[in-house]
Design a protein around this ligand. Structure first.
Ligand code: HEM
Length: 427
């Protein structure tokens, strides 16, 4: 019963609006409800762009504009939270069910991703030290070692391989598990739990998928509870040990701790695996660019930026106006939700020349918004870039003749964009 209520409030209601919107031709409704559109959203983005930089949709406003997205993401007048006290009584009552600890996901408070200051500032300060440029650079040998070991395992294979399963998903999950001090032998579970957490980011998730996501999240919380208890008894030299051992004045509540570690784990691999898979498919389709990178591996950093821009692993996010705010000549009323289509902003012709062209040498590719902007700018952006460069360079050096050998299958997700299966031959 609680699951039904939680689903109805968080996903069922938005689903009704989106479904109705999709039927009436609303582009956002079609994007979020129609799998064939979300598999290939770029034409739809262009149709939306033609309507103007900030247009109405079945779920508030939507923007495809790089300038408007940047303005909204950086603005203090927009937040990620929404004011529960403004919701109708029935919804306020139902939302209390969302506070059940062992059902909480990465898209619900107190996940750092969806809380505003001052809580956001407090959470971010506690973890940002582990992701400074210096701390990230120090991880390079470990990332290289993990990539090499995974590629060693692939040496003996002769037939087609699912590159997502064998490499793109494994590399980031092993790196983040190591960083967080969670046991590597649970990685199959992390991947399963991470996929569930990723699905809950999508607005209007169907009931059956929500139920299976909640089941996986409960299993993850149960694991985390035991893991925290272990680290309290026997702390290691890792980020989670530090978080469970914080002095009283800084300590996170049990609920905050769960949300934080779940987010770090999930965000740590659910996105980077998409970056790696998207990169391999794009470079397979642009063989001359793969060859150029083989000849001059210093180009990999630029190539990773161009993949992030051209086929962004996180396609959308959202913000709500905290007050009446003027944006691009119109007033966005307090409480209005704005969907920010990062994947469309990254193809804005005002910023990127011939935006649909994939070009690893593009000079301003790094101006993309694939890591968002403002105070929620991706905490792990440096780590993701490192894993992208090391992971793709190592793959291209070991298997220069690698080719996609069958039809890659997209993940059935809307917020995140990547491949579920990517059949390749290595030689
Ligand atoms: C290609 C890989 C990645 C992409 C495209 C990506 C993208 C993003 C985006 C778009 C956001 C902000 C969403 C918003 O503004 O609403 C974000 C936030 C975040 N990312 Fe990443 N991410 C990636 C890898 C990582 C990695 C490796 C970590 C490592 C732990 C990570 C941790 C986080 C965290 C903790 C947040 C929340 C930050 C906050 O709310 O202050 N991400 N990421």
């Amino acid at each position: 019963m609680r699951t039904v209520v939680r689903w109805a409030v968080r996903h069922g209601l938005p689903a009704v609006y989106l479904q109705r919107g999709a039927r009436d031709g609303d582009p956002l409704g079609r994007l979020l409800r129609d799998r064939t559109v979300s598999d290939e959203p770029y034409d739809l983005y262009e149709r939306l762009r033609a309507r103007g930089p900030l247009t109405p949709s079945s779920l508030g406003l939507v923007t495809t504009s790089h300038a408007v997205a940047t303005e909204i993401l950086r603005s203090e007048n927009f937040g990620v939270g929404w004011d529960r006290s403004a919701a109708p009584g029935l919804i306020r009552w139902a939302l209390r069910f969302g506070d059940e600890l062992d059902a909480t996901g990465v898209a619900e408070p107190p996940s750092m991703l969806v809380v505003d200051p001052p809580d956001h500032t407090r959470f971010r300060r506690l973890v940002s030290r582990a992701f400074t440029p210096r701390a990230t650079a120090a991880l390079e040998p470990a990332v290289q070692r993990i990539a090499d070991a995974l590629l060693d395992d692939l040496e003996s294979t002769s037939g087609p391989v699912d590159l997502v399963e064998a490499y793109a998903a494994q590399l980031p999950v092993l790196v983040i598990a190591d960083l967080l001090g969670v046991p590597l032998d649970r990685r199959a579970d992390f991947l399963r739990w991470g996929a569930a957490a990723a699905a809950t980011l999508d607005p209007g998730l169907p009931f059956r998928r929500y139920v299976s996501a909640e089941r996986a999240l409960r299993a993850m919380h149960a694991f985390l509870r035991e893991h925290f208890a272990r680290l309290r008894r026997d702390p290691g030299d890792d980020l989670v040990s530090r978080l469970v051992g914080l002095p009283d004045e800084e300590a996170l509540s049990e609920r905050e701790l769960h949300a934080m570690v779940m987010l770090l784990l999930g965000a740590g691999f659910e996105t980077t695996m998409n970056l790696l898979g998207n990169a391999v498919v794009l470079l397979d389709a642009h063989r001359d660019q793969w060859a150029a990178l083989r000849a001059d591996p210093s180009g990999w950093a630029g190539a990773v930026e161009e993949v992030l821009r051209h086929d962004s692993p996180v396609q959308l996010t959202g913000r709500s106006a905290k007050a009446d705010v003027p944006v691009t000549g119109r007033t966005v009323r307090a409480g209005t939700r704005v969907t920010v289509l990062l994947g469309a902003a990254n193809r804005d012709p005002e910023v990127f020349q011939e935006p649909a062209r994939f070009d690893v040498g593009r000079a301003n590719a790094r101006d993309h918004l694939a890591f968002s902007g403002g105070i929620h700018y991706c905490l792990g952006a440096g780590l993701a870039r490192l894993e992208g460069v090391v992971g793709l360079r190592a793959l291209s050096e070991r298997f220069p003749a690698l080719r996609v050998s069958g039809r890659p299958v997209r993940r059935d997700l809307r917020t995140l964009r990547g491949f579920e299966h990517l059949p390749v031959v290595l030689r």
